[in-house]
Write a protein that binds this ligand. Structure first.
Ligand SMILES: O=C(O)[C@H](O)[C@@H](O)[C@H](O)[C@H](O)COP(=O)(O)O
Length: 268
């Protein structure tokens, strides 16, 4: 029996693939499908991106058939986290997404909501939240039924080997933030130190959250984020992603999934 495949667990749906190439293809299918459903149902597709390897995997969306079949004019693009650097800096998540995807598909430029890079971290977080509040009022971004938070059609996250998602790092006090939608940190354990990030209430109010993880260096942390390991991992950021009224899907390659119960038990 192939150890790849889908597994429904209490921590969401696990989709495990042979290679990161396969992850990229399936991820593109999944995003294109959600875009079609959201545009049909709401007239918009509000998607939030992160940084890291997930963005190059999304590059498949520039290729056929997606470049022609996706209704790019209905996409509204946001960032679940951003580094406080200028937009043309190598560390900018906006630049990464622009180079890998956004500049290669026919998006409407005014639908791309990048973070203001001329402000301090605190000011930029406040401004981004203000912008989101306006878009929620007019329902370009949906509104959650369970909180006063925005309800993104899709939030895409990667996971660091320490278990961070977006710029929510283990043991950081922003994990406790309940009121703000967008917050900032100035002491990121990974450079650059200043970052903006969606808070957990916003991530957990989305209709769909996908966490994309590849490579063996993430296997042990992924095991802690997904399996019951007999010790308290409830404060691991990746384990705190739990969209109450939405769907959580993990896109994994075999290397990242190698220590998961769901993966190992198909061997027996
Ligand atoms: O801006 C960031 O740093 C990211 O949003 C961050 O959360 C990233 O997604 C993970 O660190 C995984 O990155 P990799 O997949 O490249 O390891």
């Amino acid at each position: 029996m192939s150890r790849s495949g889908c597994h429904q667990t209490e921590r969401g749906e696990l989709r495990i693939y042979e290679s990161s190439d396969e992850v990229a293809t399936e991820l593109a299918d999944y995003i294109a499908e959600l875009s079609e459903v959201s545009v049909k149902e709401r007239g918009f597709f509000a998607i939030a991106l992160s940084g890291g390897s997930l963005i190059s995997l999304m590059g498949k969306l520039c290729e056929a058939p997606y470049n022609k079949t996706v209704d790019w004019s209905k996409w509204y693009i946001f960032w679940a986290d951003e580094r406080v650097v200028s937009k043309n800096h190598a560390d900018s998540n906006y630049k990464l997404a622009k180079d890998c995807l956004l500049s290669k598909v026919p998006l409407i430029p005014s639908h791309v909501y990048s973070i203001n890079d001329s402000l301090s971290a605190e000011e930029a977080a406040g401004e981004y939240e203000f912008v989101l509040r306006q878009l929620v009022k007019v329902r370009t971004v949906g509104v959650s039924e369970i909180s006063d938070c925005p309800k993104f059609d899709l939030i895409l996250l990667g996971m660091g080997s320490d278990g961070h998602v977006a710029s929510l790092f283990p043991n950081h006090m922003v994990l406790e933030e309940k009121d703000e939608w967008v917050t900032f940190i100035t002491d990121s354990p990974e450079p650059p130190p200043e970052r903006l990030t969606f808070t957990l209430p916003v991530i957990n109010s989305a209709s769909n959250v996908a966490i994309v993880v590849t490579g063996s260096s993430k296997a042990e942390t992924l095991h802690l984020a997904i399996d019951d390991v007999g010790r308290d991992c409830s404060k691991l950021p990746a384990r705190m992603v739990n969209p109450g009224n939405g769907n959580l899907v993990w896109f994994l390659d075999k290397l990242a999934a190698s220590k998961l119960e769901a993966f190992k038990c198909t061997e027996k």
